[in-house]
Design a protein. Sequence first.
Length: 66
Amino acid sequence: MWTVVYIAANRNQAERIRELLFKEDILANIRPAGISTIGGDGLYEVMVLESEADEAHMAICQFAVK
């Protein structure tokens, strides 16, 4: 089951978080959250497998501190 671990402000930010998680060997997907604006921007959910949610949170937090 997929679990949302982060809500990104736009697609670019969601892609960066997804790439960070891939580098940590965590499978991640993104999808629009709600209605996106013209040009495809808007909120995006970053999702990982439920079994990897804790590891994903730690990776995201470490990235934010750097």
